[in-house]
Every structure is written in C-alpha cells, then in structure tokens.
Design a protein around this ligand. Structure first.
Ligand code: PEP
Ligand code: MG
Length: 783
C-alpha cells in the first residue's frame, strides 16, 4: 500500500499507469483528490496465496481470441475464480487501515502539502465545509500496461464510485482485479502482444462534484492545437456516456502562454441544453439522474475564471508529459475547488481519411450519420402524402421517418434527414443503397428546419449546418458513391470459399456490379412497389392482381437477366403496416401499436394468400422465360407450419418453385427451431440481423434513443447465428446473411469463422467484405 503522493513514473510496475500518472500530477502541483494505491505486489500475493496462476494461464492458452464466444467464456471463468478467492488477511488489514485513515482526512490536507506552487488554485479547500467531504471513496483499476503512450487501455478496466463501507471496498477491489480479464482486455493484450500485465488499484476520496468535465489539450475532433474543455453539472459520467450534451469551451493555448492577453484567450463558448443532471445523492447514497432545475438548463457551467484556470493547469500537465497532448478529467466541488481525477495521453488523433472536419459554427442539428456523404440544398419538409409532389431535384427531404412510398422522390433528393430511426431503419438502408447522404434520429429536424431553408448536410458526422458551409474533405461525395469497378477488387481474393452476394432493391448500375458477386442474397420487393405507387392490398381488393404480377415481373426481370445464371433470392412482401400508408389505398392499412412486431412478412402473406400467389406466379412466369436462377425467400418466419403452408401454395403453382425456397432467420423462434425448419425441406437460410438484433435484445430498431444499446455483436446474437450455422452445415442447408451487418468487416470475419457459406452485403461494401473474407480464410488455413 502506498500513498498516491509518494508515487511517480518510476513505479509503474507497482502502481500501474494510472497510479503513476496521478502521482506525477501531484508532483507538478496539480490538485488531485487524496488516496492510496493497492500495489501490484498485493495482487501478485493474492494470486500466489490462492494458487490460481496456472489455472488462469491455462484458460487463456485455450482461448481463441477471434471467437467472441470463446473469449467471453474464458473471461467469465477467470473472473469467477478471482471473485471467489480470498484476499490474504494481512493485505485486507492494510487496505482497511489506509481506508480508515483516508476517510477521516479532509480533502485539502493532502493536497495543500503537495501543491505549494499551485495552492492558490486549491484555495478555499481548507475552508471547505465539513459536509462537502464525503466519507466515500472511488476505486479505479490501474493496469501496468495502461495509459502508456501507445497502448491506452482507456475504459478497459473498471471504476467504482461512491464506495461507502469496508465490505463494498473489498468487493470493489476484487472486481477491479477481475477486470484485468475482461474480454476486450484479453483481446487487446493478445492483439498488441502484451504478455506480462498486472494490476494495481487506486482508492481515492470522492469529490462531491458540483460541476465536472473533460479537458483535451488538443482538439480531438479537428486535431487543432487548441484546448477544448467540456463541462456539465454534477458528475462527469454523463459526458463520457454521451447521454448529456455538455457545454464546450475552446481556449487558445498561445494566449494562455502569453499571460498578458489572457483575457481574450477563450475563443469560443458553446452553451448546451443540459436537461438532466447526474449527481451523487447524499440521502440515498447512490448516483441519481434528475431533471435540471430551469435556471441550470441553459446556464453556463464554468465561469471565465474556472475556464482559464483549467486551461492553465492543462498546459502544466501537458508540459509535464513532455508536451504530449492529454485527455484530462476534472471535478469542481461546491466550494469551487478544482480537482483532477485522471490524465492520460491522447492516443488517437482525428483520422481525416473518410471523414470530414466538424465545424463549430452554424450547427443546427445532430443525428446519426447513416449513409455517408455531404450535400447542400433546400429543405422540403414532408408531413403528408400531398407534400411529396413538391420535392424537386436536389432538395433535402426532412421527414419524421421515411417509408418506402417516399422512395421515388428520394431518388431526386440530394440528402435525407429523419427525426426518428437508427442505423438499420429502412431510411438508412435505402439511402445507403441509393448512395444518398442520410442523417437519421435527428429528433426534431421537422420542427427546427424550415421549408426552403438552405442547409448543408454532413452525413459522415451526422451534422446539419445552416446555410452553405464549406466542408473541406479528402473524401468527396462522388468518390464515395462511385460504384467500385471490378478492377479495384482485390485480385488475390478471387479464390475465396465463402460466396459474396449483394442486397438489391433497384436495377440502378447493376451491370457494373454483377461480375463482382456470386448472386443476389436479398432482392426486396417493397421499393418496386413503392415506385409503382399503389398498395398491393388495394390491387387485390380491386381485382387487379394481374397488374401486380406484371409490375413485379417488370421489376425483377432485368435483375434476373443480368445475374443469370447466378442465383437471385427474391423475398416475398415484407412491408410493415405503417410503411405504405401514403401509397394509393395505403390509408386502409390497419393501425397497429407495434408495426415492427405486427402484421408483416410471411404471417401476413399467409393471411392474404392471393397476394403471395401473385408474387409466386410472377416468379414462375419468369422461370418460364428461362430465368430459373430466381429463388423465393420467406421473411419473418416463426413456425414450421408457415413453411409447410408456403410450400403447399408453391406446389399448386409449380413443382420447381417448391424446391427453390429459403427462409430469413430473423426471429428468436426461427433460431430455436432451425433444425425442424431445415427438415421441412428448405434450400437456404439468410440472417436478417436487423430484425434478429431488435428481437433478441428487445430494442426497437427504429428507436434512436436506444441505438446506443443495440449491437449486432451482442454475444446472444452471435451465439444464435453460430448455432444456426452449425445445424445448417450439418444438414446441408446453405447459410447466408442479408441484414445490414453483413456489410461490416468485423461481422464477416466472425461469420466466416463460424462457417457461413455466403455473405450478402451492400454495393459499397463488396470490396471490403471480399478482402476481409479472403484474409480470414487465409488465417484459418494457417491456424
Ligand atoms: C433484416 O431484418 O435484417 C432484413 C434484411 O430485413 P429488413 O431490414 O427488410 O427487415
Ligand atoms: Mg427483416
């Protein structure tokens, strides 16, 4: 055990990167909350006394770090071992002794003795009211390979705040030790070839933050050499977690250095709407989130003096670390004392490749950049079906949520902004396919923006600017949208085993793409229907099914022809009841409270078999024209009966159709009964990860508030797919993926490892996925 004001760079082995950094800060006169470090020797002794070293090493040796399941399993085994082992009594006694000393000490006592030069900054500390000093501590892990210039482990180990008694203290320390074996930490160490690592634990007095924030001594988004401070009321977690938009202040480094002109050193102040505060509640002794009182919502968090004082400290800290830019966390208590709780080098600079700079001025709205690109144009707000006809070429469509019936006009627009939606909503999918820049989940775009207002859209960063803004960038839109030619594909990746296919909804530019893929893994009908303009159910009610068949044949034929003999998987109709409301006859669609879980996909097709038959007839007639490369894919399947009934209908139409059926695997039900579904006689399955993720995680894919929680890489989603691939491979059924995640190289890598047979991606991801698959297959051959 050692006090943090006694440690420094020389003791990284004992106190870890974070501990050593804090010690260095204190030495340079920076106010840091008092505390002590449970050194790596204690951890070592804990491991030795419990005799668990070999056991842990054995588990690590058997881990396949590229297999997320294996990684997660190993991690939980090791953590369990650590959490159930006993802390040697001598170590426990010393920890508690230090803790008792710490919580009875006033925060200022330690700081004042160490901050002779900067004590004016901590002035007032000694006068701090007794109630400001909480008998609470923060526990943070400090790994020996952490916070080093080229290996930031940021966020990879744990922190526990507001720890209030000995029991919690010991438990948190054990949890910190266990966090050395979090899956991402194991993965990171493996990939960075870090073999020797240990962990220290920092125990520090909690500061009752009245304000808190983060300071970057170089602007991390622009890479500019200016200080950026972000601050909010209460605890700083809300900034890190992205839940609350903080105030931001830019300070000129140069002017701080030339102390004479310090008055105008603050170059920019942006006050955010801080509607929520996260704070420590002294009554319940927990962290709570509450609505900001009205006078705090739009009030500036930091005073001018505090901004300048923080910036001066920022420079001191940076200088101390040999001018290396720092990412610094600070807290300010009720008595206006500033404390620094962490400083670490900024390891990533703004990567301008494929990105463009964010400009501070004229920002109107922030949402999720869902289809990359930039555009300048006039706003057209679409609230009703009638306003769709006003869209002119180059306009920027602003709407609550796009639906397929907007598609024809989307073609004319230069960008799309929606209030709702996440990355996998249909607006995002269609925009990506059309190559139109799109920002989704912009919350109140339809209210903030005005018709005919000229705006600039940066769909890389999800920002809308007022007026014409020059977004200088290496990546022009045309470059991004250009369909990549055959020659740009990696030549060496021609010989891959896993087939690469494409998701399609339109005929646009497909001649150029056909040579690069081995088929169409998803052909969506919804967009053809939207372009046609009349709801299929209306065509059915009006006895115009022949028109429906004709329209489908005209839409599918050019694709079947260009790809022939490569397989084209045509998905039967899968439109939610709220998606086609603006089409002719769409007003008669039922109103459902949960359309995502409603009457769509195969369940609706079997309720309205006339429509399904029309779709199957269109395919059969195209078979008769020679396009036998067309297959049928059933969406949103949940039961064997649905497959049986669909097959019966196929059989009535043509015997060849019956053998050309596959299903989307996009419901937990389909996962769990995959064996029975395969045995019903299907030719292929394709993962619809957009729906699968929302259904497994219980997160509405159109709910932008939850998009931060939604991950297709959640172990439950991955485990489901792994299981399905194993069953299908055993039963000889082709597996594929057509959800959006098939366009992500990380997903392609995982699925190739699991043994998937084909991957269907978006047109702009073909080269990336082909190269990823090639590299992964090579790795698998070698290992
Ligand atoms: C999916 O759910 O992943 C899918 C491809 O279907 P859609 O996005 O059309 O629901
Ligand atoms: Mg789906």
């Amino acid at each position: 055990m050692v006090s943090i004001n006694e440690v420094g760079r020389g003791q990284i082995d004992q106190v870890g990167g974070k501990g050593a950094n804090l010690g260095e800060l204190i030495k340079s006169g920076i106010p840091v909350p008092p505390g002590f470090v449970v050194t790596t020797s204690s951890f070592k002794q804990f491991i030795e006394d419990n005799d668990i070293k070999d056991q842990i090493e054995q588990i690590i040796l058997q881990t396949d770090v590229d297999d997320s399941l294996s990684l997660t399993e190993s991690s939980s085994k090791i953590k369990k071992i650590i959490l159930s082992s006993k802390v040697p009594s001598e170590i426990e006694r010393k920890i508690i002794e230090n803790y008792q000393k710490l919580i009875t000490k006033r925060a200022g006592e330690v700081i004042d003795s160490n901050t002779a030069s900067a004590s004016s900054s901590a002035a007032g500390t000694a006068a701090a009211a007794e109630e400001d000093l909480l008998p609470l501590v923060a526990i943070r892990s400090s790994a020996t390979a952490e916070d080093l210039p080229n290996a930031s482990f940021a966020g990879q180990q744990s922190s526990f705040l507001n720890v209030k008694n000995e029991l919690e203290l010991m438990e948190s320390i054990r949890k910190c030790w266990a966090s050395l074996y979090e899956p991402r930490a194991i993965f990171y160490r493996f990939k960075n070839k870090i073999s020797k690592v240990s962990i220290a634990v920092i125990v520090q007095k909690m500061i009752e933050s009245d304000k808190s924030g983060i300071m970057f001594t170089v602007d991390p988004t622009t890479g500019e050499n200016t200080i950026l401070i972000e601050a909010t009321w209460g605890l700083g977690e809300s900034i890190v977690g992205g839940e609350i938009s903080p105030d931001s202040y830019h300070v000129s480094k140069q002017k701080i250095k030339e102390k004479a002109i310090i008055d105008n050193a603050i170059t920019d102040i942006k006050i955010a709407q801080k509607t929520k505060i996260i704070a420590f509640d002294t009554t319940s002794k927990t962290t709570i989130t509450y609505d900001s009182p009205p006078d705090k919502i739009n009030a500036q968090v930091l005073t001018k003096e505090q901004i300048l004082k923080l910036a001066s400290y920022g420079l001191m800290i940076e200088k101390y670390y040999d001018d290396q830019p720092q990412d610094i966390e600070f807290a300010i208590d009720k008595s206006e004392n500033i404390f620094f709780v962490q400083s670490r080098p900024i390891t990533t600079k703004a990567d301008n490749k494929n990105k463009i700079d964010i400009i501070d001025k004229n920002q109107l709205i922030k949402g999720i950049g869902a289809s990359p690109g930039t555009a300048v144009g006039k706003v057209k707000i679409i609230k009703t079906k009638d306003s769709i006809k006003n869209i002119e070429k180059g306009d920027i469509i602003v709407t609550a949520m796009t639906s397929p019936d907007l598609v024809p006009s989307m073609n004319k627009s230069s960008a799309i902004i929606t209030d709702l939606g996440g990355r996998t909503c249909h607006a995002a999918i269609v925009s990506r396919e059309m190559g139109i820049p799109a920002i989704v989940g912009a919350q109140n775009a339809t209210i903030i923006l005005q018709d005919n207002q000229v705006i600039t859209v940066d769909a890389f960063n999800g920002i809308v600017y007022d007026g014409v803004v020059d977004l200088s960038s290496d990546t022009s839109i045309s470059e991004y949208q250009k369909p990549s030619g055959v020659e740009s594909g990696s030549g060496s990746s021609d010989s891959i085993k896993t087939k690469i296919k494409i998701n399609l909804a339109f005929v646009k530019n497909i001649e150029e793409i056909e040579p690069k893929v081995e088929g169409v893994g998803l052909l969506r009908l919804e967009h053809m229907i939207a372009q046609y303009g009349t709801h299929p159910a209306k065509l059915m009610r009006d006895n115009r099914l022949d028109d429906y068949i004709q329209m489908l044949m005209d839409g599918i034929r050019p694709i079947a022809k260009i790809f022939n003999p490569k397989p084209v998987w045509v998905r039967t109709l899968d439109a939610r009841t709220d998606e086609f409301r603006n089409l002719v006859g769409g007003e008669e669609e039922p109103h459902e409270s949960n359309p995502m879980l409603g009457w769509h996909g195969i369940r609706r097709s079997l309720d309205e078999p006339a429509l399904l038959k029309a779709e199957l007839n269109a395919i059969k007639k195209l078979h008769d024209e020679g396009f036998t490369n067309l297959y049928v894919m059933l969406p949103f399947v949940i039961s064997v009966e649905e497959v049986q009934k669909s097959k019966e209908i196929c059989r009535e139409i043509s015997s060849t159709l019956e053998n050309k059926i596959g299903i989307m695997v996009e419901t937990p039900a389909a996962i769990l009964i995959i064996e029975e579904l395969c045995k019903e006689g299907i030719s292929f399955v394709s993962f619809g990860t957009n729906d699968l993720t929302q259904l497994i995680l219980g997160i509405d894919r159109n709910n932008e508030r939850l998009s931060r929680l939604s991950s297709v890489f959640h172990p439950a989603v991955l485990k489901s797919m792994k299981m399905v691939i194993e069953v299908c491979n055993r039963l000889g059924v082709e597996t594929s993926i057509c959800g959006e995640s098939g366009s992500q190289s990380e997903m392609a890598q995982i699925l190739v490892r699991y043994g998937i047979k084909s991957i269907s991606c978006n047109r702009d991801a073909i080269d990336l996925i082909r190269t990823t698959v090639f590299e992964e297959e090579q790795r698998m051959m070698k290992s």
